[in-house]
Design a protein around this ligand. Structure first.
Ligand code: CMP
Length: 140
């Protein structure tokens, strides 16, 4: 099967605790390759746009404030069935539901400060990658 791509964010709770390398190691151990990566400070407008689908949810404002509370690392991951593979290694959104050995079980602090984001479909992966990266930045 051909390699596909997904989009990942290492969230502020993880960068704050110096876990960028530890999280990336779990992704790589899961068979995913980091083909683009940058550490950025998101603006409020950027975070609101990225999470626009959640705009009506009660947690939206807190989520946006959290995502701009410190730097994040945005990444493009490549591998076989990348979206699914990444979701498996991330674990459930709420760390109390996450399986042993997953990133969220190991590192997440709460459902909000849950260390990583990953795309939920190939279609959204393409949209999310294009939101943060130009084609020239996907260096393989
Ligand atoms: P993420 O995959 O980045 O997508 C939306 C985020 O909203 C989710 O991870 C959680 O970190 C965050 N969030 C905060 N509260 C909730 C909640 N009650 N239900 C779902 N997601 C939540």
């Amino acid at each position: 099967m051909a390699a596909t791509r997904t989009f990942s964010i290492i969230k502020p709770d993880a960068t704050r605790r110096n876990l960028t390398g530890a999280v990336t190691a779990k992704l790589e151990e899961a068979g995913l390759r980091v083909v683009a990566s940058k550490r950025i400070q998101m603006t409020r407008e950027q975070a609101e746009g990225f999470y626009g689908v959640h705009r009506e949810r009660p947690f939206f404002n807190d989520l946006v404030s959290f995502m701009i509370s410190g730097p994040v690392v945005v990444q493009v991951l490549e591998g076989e069935n990348a979206v699914l593979r990444n979701r498996e290694i991330m674990g459930a959104t709420n760390p109390s539901d996450a399986a042993d050995g997953t990133i969220r079980k190991l590192f997440a602090e709460s459902i909000e400060a849950n260390s990583v984001h990953g795309s939920d479909s190939d279609e959204n992966a393409a949209i999310e990658i294009a939101y943060f990266f130009t084609p020239e930045e996907l260096v393989g």
